[in-house]
Write a protein that binds this ligand. Structure first.
Ligand code: TRP
Length: 331
C-alpha cells in the first residue's frame, strides 16, 4: 500500500476532461491506498482572489469532486488551509530552497512572462509549498500529470536535501503515480487538442452545464466539409466528435455513424444531436448530485471536519518529528 497525496486547485468547474482524467484515477486509488486529497487553497493566494470568492471556489471544487465519487470514508479529504502544519513545513523547506533552482522552474518562468506585474514570493516558492503538501504525510506516490513532473522532481530534491542535511532517512522521495495507458483522451469542442487546454469559449463541457448548454456547445463544435470519398481519413475535428461519442454513447451508435462516415452519407448535425443527447444522459445525474451536495452545508461541514481531523493526525506527527530532527527541543 502506498501513501498518496494530491491537490486539487480551486479554479472553477470540473470539465469532462478532468472527470475522465485525474478524477477517475483518484477514485480508483482510494480503493487500495492511503490517500490524502486536499483543496489547494493556500496555493490559490498567489493570484490574490477576493475573500468573497475564495470560499465559494473551495466549496465548488469540493462539491464537484465529492459528487463524482471521491469518498470521504475511503480517502482523507481536506482543505489545505485547515492544516497549518503544511505552512510550517513549507517555511522549514524554504530555508533550504535556493533562488536559482526556484527561478529555473518552468511554471514560474511562464508566470513571469504572463503576469509580470505579480511576480510574488508565493509564486517563486510554489514548489516548496507543493513539496510540503506531499511530504507532510510522507507520501510515496503522487498522481499528477506531465505538467507537474518538474514540481515533483523538486519535491524529491527538497526531501533528500533534508535527509542529507540531518543525516537521517526520514522523508521518502515521492514519485509520480503513472496511469500510463489508462488515460482517456478527452478532446475539446474547438477542433483542437485537449479539453480545457484552450480558454476558448465553448471548448469545454462542464459537469454542471445544463442540458441546454450542453446542446448548444455540442451543436457548435467544429466539423469539416464532410467526407468526399469512401473510408476517408478523418480530420481532427471529426475524430474529436467520435472520441467524445466513445465516452458516452453506445457502441451501436458509434458503429452507425462510422458507417455513415465511411460511405459519405453522414450528416454531422445528426451526429452532434445524438452526441448531445447521450452526453446529457451521462452528465445529468452527476450534475444533480453536485447541486445536491453544494446545497447540503451540513454534509460539507461534516466531510471537511472529519477530513481535517484525519489529516491533522498525520501532519502533526510529521511536524513533531521534524521539529525534533531540526533541533527545536522543549525545555
Ligand atoms: N500544483 C498542482 C496543480 O497545479 C496542485 C497541487 C498543489 C498538488 N499541491 C499539490 C498536486 C500536491 C499534487 C500534490 O494541479
Amino acid at each position: 500500500m502506498e501513501t498518496i497525496v494530491s491537490g486539487m486547485r480551486p479554479t472553477g468547474n470540473l470539465h469532462l476532461g478532468s472527470y475522465f482524467g485525474a478524477l477517475r484515477n483518484f477514485i480508483s486509488l482510494q480503493e487500495n491506498h492511503q490517500c490524502f486529497f486536499f483543496v489547494a487553497d493556500y496555493h490559490s493566494l498567489t493570484t490574490h482572489p477576493h475573500p468573497k470568492d475564495l470560499h465559494q471556489n473551495v466549496r465548488t471544487i469540493l462539491s464537484q469532486y465529492l459528487a463524482c465519487g471521491l469518498d470521504p470514508n475511503k480517502a482523507t479529504i481536506y482543505i489545505q488551509s485547515q492544516l497549518p502544519q503544511t505552512a510550517e513545513l513549507y517555511m522549514f523547506l524554504n530555508m533550504n530552497a535556493y533562488l536559482g533552482e526556484l527561478e529555473r522552474v518552468t511554471s514560474f518562468k511562464d508566470k513571469v512572462r504572463k503576469q509580470p506585474n505579480n511576480v510574488n514570493a508565493g509564486l517563486l516558492t510554489y514548489p516548496t509549498l507543493m513539496a510540503a503538501d506531499i511530504i507532510i504525510h510522507k507520501a510515496t506516490r503522487v498522481p499528477v500529470g506531465k505538467d507537474q513532473e518538474q514540481h515533483l522532481e523538486m519535491t524529491r530534491t527538497f526531501a533528500s536535501r533534508f535527509n542529507k542535511m540531518y543525516d537521517i532517512d526520514y522523508f521518502p522521495e515521492p514519485i509520480a503515480y503513472n496511469f500510463g495507458n489508462d488515460l482517456v483522451k478527452v478532446p475539446g469542442l474547438d477542433g483542437s487538442g485537449k479539453m480545457g487546454k484552450s480558454e476558448a469559449e465553448g471548448n469545454a463541457l462542464f459537469l454542471v452545464d445544463s442540458a441546454d448548454i450542453v446542446r448548444k456547445k455540442i451543436m457548435r463544435a467544429k466539423t469539416d466539409a464532410g467526407p468526399k470519398t469512401p473510408n476517408e481519413k478523418k480530420s481532427q475535428e471529426i475524430e474529436n466528435i467520435f472520441l467524445l461519442m466513445k465516452l458516452v454513447s453506445k457502441q451501436e451508435t458509434i458503429n452507425y455513424f462510422e458507417e455513415k462516415y465511411n460511405d459519405c452519407t453522414i450528416r454531422y448535425g445528426d451526429m452532434k444531436k445524438q452526441l448531445a443527447e447521450d452526453m446529457i444522459l451521462f452528465t445529468t445525474p452527476i450534475r444533480e448530485k453536485i447541486l445536491e451536495i453544494e446545497s447540503d452545508n451540513q454534509y460539507l461541514r461534516k466531510v471537511v471536519s472529519e477530513g481535517e481531523e484525519k489529516a491533522r493526525a498525520s501532519a502533526d506527527k510529521t511536524i513533531r518529528e521534524v521539529r525534533e530532527i531540526i533541533g527545536f527541543k522543549s525545555f
